[in-house]
Design a protein around this ligand. Sequence first.
Ligand SMILES: NC(=O)c1ccc[n+]([C@@H]2O[C@H](COP(=O)([O-])OP(=O)(O)OC[C@H]3O[C@@H](n4cnc5c(N)ncnc54)[C@H](OP(=O)(O)O)[C@@H]3O)[C@@H](O)[C@H]2O)c1
Length: 369
Amino acid sequence: MGHNLTAVQGRRYNAAIDPKINNDRADPGPVTDLSIISRGDSVMKAIQMHKTGTVDVLNYEDVQTPAPGKGQVLVKVVSASVNFADVMVRKGTYPFMPPLPATPGLECSGVVEAVGEGVTGLRPGQPVVLLGEKCYAEYVVAETASVTPIPEGLDMDEAAAVIVNYATAYHMLHTMGQIQPGQTLLIHAAAGGVGTAVIQLAKEAGAKVIGLTSSREKVAYTVQQGIDYIVNHRTDNVVKRIMEITYKKGVDLVLNSVAGDTFARDLEVLAPFGNIIWFGFAAGPPEGNLAEQLGTHFGKSVGIRTFVIYTVAQSAPELMAQSLDRLFAQLAAKKIRPHIHGRMPLSEAARAHEFLESGAVMGKLILKP
Ligand SMILES: NC(=O)c1ccc[n+]([C@@H]2O[C@H](COP(=O)([O-])OP(=O)(O)OC[C@H]3O[C@@H](n4cnc5c(N)ncnc54)[C@H](OP(=O)(O)O)[C@@H]3O)[C@@H](O)[C@H]2O)c1
């Protein structure tokens, strides 16, 4: 959030050129002055945090409705995603902190309300999703490059759950992990938002998926999502179980959003030439001496890599756009199915954070302004 998110998706996704999903919507062309509406003098509801800390810092306040500037659009938010990153922003532990006071929220679905000067290809009334900032609000302003038009008629809650979870899963599996049919992967927090997306996309890619989770309810959920094996990291001997499942070979790829003390165990279960992709800090920064831990497994020729979706959005925008083309076509065709665990009013953002932090959420939580 504090870094430049305006550069995300350098090529805006154009559903009009995707024959699979939206043949009937032509590019609306340049807008007329009449469609440039300023809402800058009106008031809206938004979550504002004036300091970092516990959920009490998430205030539901009246703030000025933003107005779109040159090259920007104003989006009326329909569904704002709750991501673990928002929790870290609230706590002040996110690597990319916004200045305070801040409105959290990295992604949402909504409808274009107004467009700023020079905007082409987006028009008021168009359904969109965006990856940006300040989405815990009734309205949000975004650069056009961070806004993706979506087909009419999509479930807006599901659409709001696609960019962060599914694009992250897609690029870890394919762009980074080069997953091949028949390979085996291990996903931490398998019942979460990213976990659900990883299960669905990895099964589609022909991989064998082993997951880690912490409760019987989540075990049942991941089985419903199509996982091959699920291991309870609280009650099972994780290394023993994974080596049994893989006939002592180990896994080809580990997707780790937890870190803390988990790398030592991941390295144990990694097959020769295997890779760990580290993409989150749910249990805090890695503990222990990482070089020493890696050195213990030197003979397996393994690697630990980092991943953050903003690298794709900012450094490979064409790849980001291609993946979103594909993912929204799959959503329209019901080939991917984001699981919406629950919907809460925007005013209850604090309760939503409490719920996500409790570890009880399966799939995605959505805030409704
Ligand atoms: N790098 C990126 O681009 C990127 C993009 C999206 C998300 N992420 C990261 O991916 C992770 C998953 O995101 P999400 O929004 O889908 O959240 P989530 O998985 O729905 O929620 C977090 C889950 O992490 C697990 N967990 C394990 N140890 C934990 C601990 N000490 N404290 C809290 N949770 C712990 C819990 O699952 P179990 O009970 O099953 O163990 C918990 O439900 C987050 O860490 C997020 O920051 C990174």
